[in-house]
Write a protein that binds this ligand. Sequence first.
Ligand code: C5P
Length: 221
Amino acid sequence: RGAGPLAGRHLLVTSGPTHEPIDPVRYIANRSSGKQGHAIAAAAAEAGARVTLVSGPVSLPDPPGVTVVRVETARAMLATVEAALPADIAVFAAAVADWRPANATDEKIKKGPDGPPGIALVENPDILATVSQKTVNRPPLVVGFAAETHRVVEHARAKIARKGCDLIVANDVSAGSGVMGGDRNTVLLIGRDGAVETWPTLDKDEVARRLVARLTVLAGT
Ligand code: C5P
């Protein structure tokens, strides 16, 4: 290694869903395939970066030249991200479950005469916000994603302010967009100053390459 525009840089990426156990055989999850996050990790490695990919459960192969750490839960993802710092650039593309069952049981919950069990939920840590707001070891460039079904720009601007990241990559995942699980993505880039840049619909690999090229410029030399 040593060649490429990101040579000598450490890029940290989260990707995929998280699984939050209800009991040993059941979990709460969401529809993330991990395709976009994995493509970003691969593109960064191609650009010469040292890449750590913290991935939830996905059915994708590990991208070549990338250090992959597989986790199940949001809490494990946060701990793994913290352990991987410092990084020059952090891209949080994982679709982290917002909530987890408050009391995952060690034994399988059985069907019974009392009807379905209630599942109390508690909030998961917000990995993007936690890392964006660190006072020690905050990566100089922190990128979040925003999967929205409506008012994409408005929500993305609010998200930058709330979480404290530097850039949001927003995409429209409303029914019919085909983004979830698909191979193509239509994204908007929203910066801290609120400026919006609209990209055409592209393969997720191409979105990844363009994003890595942009991050290379933003990270400076
Ligand atoms: O708030 P929302 O989930 O829409 O924000 C999406 C962004 O925040 C993504 O970059 C996602 O990876 C990140 N996130 C996170 N930890 C959470 C929830 C979201 O890192 N618990």
